[in-house]
Design a binder for this molecule. Structure first.
Ligand code: DC
Length: 229
């Protein structure tokens, strides 16, 4: 909790279903939602647009602290990500942006610059925070912590289906490779590696339905005294 605002953190690797579950929990509880991965993705896009080299850590940190971003919810409860007035929600989901986001996220300077921006999302009546280090670094005092995972092949298959549904071509083999590479980088970096918080409940969603994970998440929140508004 930050200033007594109830916070639920959901960390875990890409493709485990964090985004969907966090948004559903946020809607059910009437809470705000933080997609922290979008901040790292936005930073990559902002750097590309401002001709900042991704290896220039100092400039990246300045950009991270000052980039003009906002998050909205549209009438269909879909979250929209805005960079300098433009809706870039679809653009930042590109695989290359995800991979570059994972690379720049390894720099402590970048993580530090984004810390206060992430904490500012903790507002009444509450927050559901989605990421890799939400329960360990950003909101260590969160009231309920979950680490949501699934085996890498299942996560790559889910991503493959999402891309095919959008009419995009993708090789499953290369997606499995990319998922494994990104996990390796996110888990082994020195600053805030992706690890479950010591007090997190670990959920393996490999063979669970979205509803099953949602119910479990709500039960964990309730057990920790976090209730709908
Ligand atoms: O959740 P995502 O796939 O949108 O995140 C993209 C990358 O950003 C991810 O591979 C690692 C980084 N990230 C991070 O280091 N810490 C977070 N809290 C969220 C994302």
């Amino acid at each position: 909790m930050i200033n007594c605002v109830p916070v639920i953190t959901i960390d875990g690797p890409s493709g485990a279903g964090k985004g969907t579950i966090c948004q559903l929990i946020a809607i059910k509880l009437g809470f705000h939602y933080l997609d922290s991965g979008a901040l790292y993705r936005l930073l990559v896009l902002a750097a590309m647009r401002h001709a900042v080299d991704l290896s220039n850590v100092e400039s990246l940190a300045v950009l991270a602290a000052h980039m003009d971003i906002s998050f909205n919810m549209n009438s269909e409860f879909e979250s929209q990500v805005i960079l300098e007035g433009e809706d870039v929600s679809a653009l930042i989901r590109d695989e290359h942006i995800g991979s570059d986001a994972s690379t720049i996220a390894a720099h402590l300077e970048v993580r530090t610059a984004l810390l206060s921006r992430q904490r500012a999302f903790a507002k009444y009546p509450g927050l559901v925070a989605d990421g890799r280090d939400m329960g360990t670094i950003v909101f260590p005092d969160a009231g309920a912590k979950i680490f949501l995972t699934a085996n890498s092949e299942i996560r790559a298959k889910r991503r493959h289906k999402q891309l095919m549904d959008k009419g995009k071509d993708a090789s499953l083999a290369s997606l499995i490779e990319q998922v494994k590479k990104r996990d390796e980088r996110d888990m082994t970096r020195k600053s805030s590696p992706m690890v479950p918080a010591h007090d997190a409940v670990i959920i393996d969603s490999s063979h669970m339905s979205i509803n099953g994970v949602l119910e479990l998440g709500l039960e964990i929140a309730k057990k920790n005294g976090i209730h709908p508004q």
